[in-house]
Design a protein around this ligand. Sequence first.
Ligand code: ADP
Ligand code: MG
Length: 735
Amino acid sequence: MYSESTPLSKVLGKREATKFRTARNISTVGDLLGYWPRRYESPESNLAAAKVGSYIVAVAEVKTATTRSMKARRGKMLQAVITDGSRDLEVTFFSSHGHEGKLVPGARALFAGKVSSFNNRLQLAHPGYSLLSDFDGGERRDLIPIYKAVGNLHTWTVTECVRMVLDLLDETPEAIPETILDRRDLMDRMAALRGIHTPNTHEEVAAAQRRMSFEEAFVLQVALAQRRLRQAEESTLARTPRPGGLLDAFDGRLPFTLTAGQQEVGVTLAAEMARDVPMHRLLQGEVGSGKTVVALRAMLAAVDSGGQAALLAPTEVLAAQHHRSITAMLGDLAEGGMLGGSEFGTRVTLLTGSMSTAARRKALLDIASGDAGIVVGTHALIQEHVSFQDLALVVVDEQHRFGVEQRDALRGKAAHPPHVLVMTATPIPRTVAMTVFGDMETSTLSELPSGRAPITTHVVPEAKPGWLQRTWVRIAEECAQGRQAYVVCPRIGDDDDPDEETEIFAPESAADADGDDGGDGDGGEADAPPPRPLASVRAVHADLVANPALEGLRIEILHGRLPAEEKDAFMREFADGDIDVLVSTTVIEVGVDVPNASVMVVMDADRFGVSQLHQLRGRVGRGGLPGLCLLVHAGAPDAPHERLDAVAGTTDGFELARIDLRQRREGDILGSSQHGVRSQLQFLHVLEDEDLIEAAREDAHDVVTQDPDLTTHSQLAALVEARVDAEQAAYLERG
Ligand code: ADP
Ligand code: MG
């Protein structure tokens, strides 16, 4: 009896089982069945794609085959011509041994190999192949699944293993209740697994994938529905601001009027915090839409009600900046308990991992005693020895870097579950919000405060003579008018390690290169050698300092590995206008707010993600000055750069978020583990599968309402638990 949890080592040969485990972390029958084909070939597929250097996997028929003795060596070589009816290709084996009897005229096989050229003709030299007659047990199929190679196991070996496993597995537990399968017209799991691994038609594949997508969406939505239910049952303290208190005093001295959106969200937050069920709200709004003020007002309401508020930021730079700007906005309201402070003032305390022991001890005391009404910090806030006097509200800035568990860890620090507000500047398409933040309500700030100037973005191909120098001259011109500039690089340059905070993308031209259908890594096309090393903060800084065009300007560096005080000092000096040009990594990506900065240059911009570039450029154009963003790349000057052109072409964050999503593996966006095949969403496409996600959400709600603990849905319960475990594991790994 085999089930999906049976170890592969019990089913397959030792060699194969070991290969699957070491190369792809596939160790059970279920893991293997979750390793789905990357595409399907039809037996009529053609060889048209063959070109020198490309790796092809194609079905073809042997047209002629001859063996002949070689002059220089002993043994015979075999030369064959294979065809798909539209095109011929030569196939050569330097030893005919073992092939003669198989590659005979008329034989049809699946061939895989790298195309080379010999005597000006394309050829496949000793390709891997599998005769269709062997490989399908003689059964004629209309579609042939092509799997990505597993170590040196070719696609047909994977196929054999998958079939073996499928044959031995006569039943597999169903996680989706039958009524739902009927209602949504979905096939059962067993049929879907067969449809994915041994289909006859593309329609069959599509129906099978639809069912698997639904399952993924459904499991996720059940987990979220359970979370929502638990949240709704929680009770906490209602937090209402004291009339004539801190919030009123702050409102009274705001130097601007809140936008209609800010007011509306403010009302919503106040109403939710005034209930005795904890708030769980996501606030999204473009960079610069004024989320921080909205959050600060909620924090002041929490302090007014006698509690504390914590603001969690993803980086030290951002935490320090929030601390600085909140303190500045509050003025004497932030001097509670001090001489000259306002009578209802509070204190704003910073807590980060790299603070000195003394400063840290003081901060911890203020937090524990409640003297600090507002606490701003990084991950350090989540650590065990931080205890709050009465944590009423948790604000998480830039959520995409925090997991659900991190939110929970901070929630766990409160006597009563705190209200939670999550802010994100990455616009989140609706279905993604339903998937990733499915346990939260969403508010959106859609208008920018007035006085925002437009940002112009240009793509700068470094290879065009003079363009890069022109870029530096632009910076000099802006600085001559009293403005400031950012230059962002993907690396620090101390050694070869990229900055931890930067996610570096492969160059676009090499994006297809991971198509290794073949054996042992020789699959994809070789990456073109990069024209130069990736730009580093240190190297670019040195160049700029030596550049006569920038003479007399103060140019400094900023990156994640600088000591905290230095980072903080440079950021403050930049904010004060004492530094003209800041050469940095993406530490300045989120939230940094220096209105006087008007230009941003991004080096090797093609190596950044679309949303990240959009975030980055949101740092300029904030102070009523028109912003300029120059995206420098070292690639071919006239080659299209889809990502860069997209960013240059629009400032619509939603549109860019969609493009960004389409370009990545969706599992990665959802923040699930890179490891563990099953923790990723394999089938579900969060952008295209909107109907499916909606349906799954409805069904999940029904199931959870009737059976909150899933006692009558054991398989579903197991999958939900596995999913939650995988998320927790991912969180622990990220630390
Ligand atoms: P976000 O966090 O959404 O990127 P911020 O809250 O940092 O945006 O706001 C960006 C800038 O706009 C800040 O300098 C802030 O003081 C200012 N600001 C916020 N709300 C308004 C408003 N209603 N009118 C004018 N300026 C505003
Ligand atoms: Mg912000």
